[in-house]
Design a protein around this ligand. Structure first.
Ligand code: ATP
Ligand code: MG
Length: 544
């Protein structure tokens, strides 16, 4: 594992100045990272797993090594070869981690999917990515009933008993000496393919290399999460999202921390979850904004959260109101991290930075992040532009290899010397970045540009608002008029008077031109399966 860089707790400016990407010819997360921890701290806890029924299991780094060796031999024994693609769909069961590490060791390209996918979604993914294998859990078998005819899938693996063509996988330990030799992978060999969240359209297939996610996430684990070997880290995500790679796989294990996993199957229950943080003595915790918004509505004094030393958020912008409430109750600031399935954390409120409410922070060590215009030139501080990562003369290691079979997406994300993220931001004079919105979500009204998030955050400060989604509706006079879909907190009832009150409230909380001219009260907001607000879906329902 490259050891080129100062520790996280080091001053941010020093870390940025001194960090250099190591570019080894060969890299493999299982052999270079997991096996190193197994050699140095064999008995240290690596995976602390528990579920809703109270079952609890702990695996050490030595056990992780042995079980992933067994998984690699099991998969190659079924005929899977380096470069073959395996679609893996499992809830948060320990087998997910053993099989994924087995794939990595053997050079099999794994493609995570969320257990919430339907048969139709699964067929799309298997076909789009030319999958060779399916790895699933007995609880997900029904999802494959209509897709067993997909051409090219030769290997079907489940954790439970199932008739042919399914083969049963049970996790076992395998001593090093019993394993066939897995030749080292090259740093640029393919590691995994993720499907993006599909917030704006069909999910795109993001290809990462052994280095780009396996090595690149040391930025996430070391600098942003600030992990140490004694930490017990929990990221709230299911296994199908890049967030899992960030916070439940590469991030914590890069630094030798314990990965705390709570396996729940139904809806996210904030009360139960707070108890897990208390019981497992979690020290660092990452959740997406949709979960943070639910967590801060609970009685935070009823749980002992004194083990926590860092709390962070990523995936969507986080409303300042939420950060304030959490800080009042726990004393901890929720630090944001910005990135994509395509990247590791590229902008973050790093621990040594002076926190600024509502800002995503500053560019990560190892990345040049610019705010650029259509010509690919950096705009002046205070001006809005596209968030972009400099890829020339050198591409940072923690950036994906490209979209699979999608020339249009590859072309759209490339501009001059930059990779363009598709998000808009402003950089202030001190170098902090302020998220404006996804390019498609930014509203143009009466000559102003308004990010929906600003309006949503203003609304959220009103006690009647639990959550909202703001879009621009085509308007002949002013281009677009601002419309808010509002979900009320319990005890409040929709009425024209309340709509008026909210409008007046926003006019006072933020610049008056940002107030929503239309308010619609709803009982649910459209979200992706990973919990992100789908403003595109709301826009599609609007006519002139
Ligand atoms: P798709 O690309 O399919 O529409 P998606 O972009 O939501 O889906 P992800 O890769 O999961 O898929 O999400 C990355 C996006 O999430 C970023 O481009 C950005 O819009 C948003 N995001 C992530 N972190 C933050 C953050 N801290 N603040 C604001 N937005 C964030
Ligand atoms: Mg995206």
């Amino acid at each position: 594992m490259p050891e080129s860089s100062p520790r996280a707790s080091a001053d941010y400016e020093t870390a940025r100045r001194d960090f250099r990407w190591e570019r080894p010819g060969h890299f493999n997360f299982a052999t270079d990272v997991i096996d190193r921890h197994a050699a140095e701290r064999p008995q240290a806890p690596a995976l602390q797993w528990s579920d809703e029924s109270g079952r609890s299991l702990c695996f050490t780094f030595q056990e992780l090594k042995e079980r992933s060796l067994h998984a690699a031999r099991f998969l190659t024994g079924l005929g899977l070869k380096r470069g073959d693609r395996a679609f893996i769909l499992m809830p948060r069961v320990p087998e997910w981690w053993f099989l994924v590490l087995g794939c990595i060791r053997a050079g099999i390209v794994f493609m995570p999917g969320t257990p919430m996918l339907t048969a139709k979604d699964i067929r799309y993914r298997l076909e789009a990515a030319s999958a060779k294998a399916v790895l699933t859990d007995s609880s997900c078998l029904d999802r494959f009933e209509g897709v067993m005819d997909v051409a090219g899938v030769t290997t079907w693996v489940s954790t439970g008993d199932a008739p042919a063509p399914w083969t049963r996988y049970t996790s076992e330990a395998l001593a090093e000496g019993q394993a066939v030799a897995f030749p080292p992978t090259r740093a640029e060999d393919p590691l995994l393919i993720y499907f993006t969240s599909g917030t704006t359209g069909m999910p795109k297939m993001v290809q990462h290399t052994q280095a780009s996610y396996g090595q690149g996430h040391l930025i996430t684990g070391r600098y942003w999460l600030d992990l140490r070997p004694e930490d017990r880290h929990l990221t709230l995500s299911d296994t199908g999202w890049a967030k899992c790679a960030w916070g439940k796989l590469f991030g914590p294990w890069s630094e030798g921390a314990c990965n705390v996993v709570y396996d729940f199957r139904g809806r996210f229950d904030p009360v139960a979850f707070l108890k897990v943080l208390e019981r497992e003595r979690v020290t660092t915790f990452c959740a997406p904004p949709t979960a943070w918004r639910a967590l801060v509505l609970q009685d935070l004094k009823a749980v002992d959260l004194s083990s926590l030393r860092h709390t962070v958020s990523a995936g969507e912008p986080l409303n300042p109101e939420v950060i304030e409430t959490w800080k009042e109750a726990t004393g901890l600031f929720i630090r944001e991290g910005y990135g994509q399935t395509e990247t590791v954390v590229i902008v973050g409120m790093f621990p040594s930075l002076e926190p600024r409410m509502g800002s995503m922070g500053k560019p990560s060590p190892g990345f040049t992040v610019g705010v650029i215009n259509e010509q690919g030139e950096e705009v002046a501080d205070g001006q809005e532009g596209d968030i972009a990562v400099r890829v020339k003369p050198e591409r940072p290691v923690g950036l994906f290899h490209g979209y699979l079979n999608d020339d249009a997406a590859n072309a759209a994300s490339s501009r001059g010397d930059w990779y363009v993220t598709g998000d808009r931001a402003v950089r202030d004079a001190d170098g902090y970045l302020w998220f404006v919105g996804r390019s498609d979500d930014v509203i143009k009204t009466s000559g102003y540009r308004v990010g929906p998030f600003e309006v949503e955050s203003a609304l959220l400060e009103h006690p009647a608002v639990a959550e909202s989604a703001v879009i621009g509706v085509p308007d002949d006079k002013i281009g677009q008029r601002i419309k808010a879909y509002v979900l009320l907190t319990p005890g409040h009832t929709a009425s024209p008077a309340l709509a008026q009150e909210l409008q007046d409230f926003v006019k006072k909380t933020t610049a008056p031109y940002k107030y929503p001219r239309e308010i619609e009260f709803v009982s649910e907001l459209p979200k992706t399966v990973s919990g992100k607000i789908r403003r595109a879906e709301l826009r599609a329902t609007q006519k002139k």
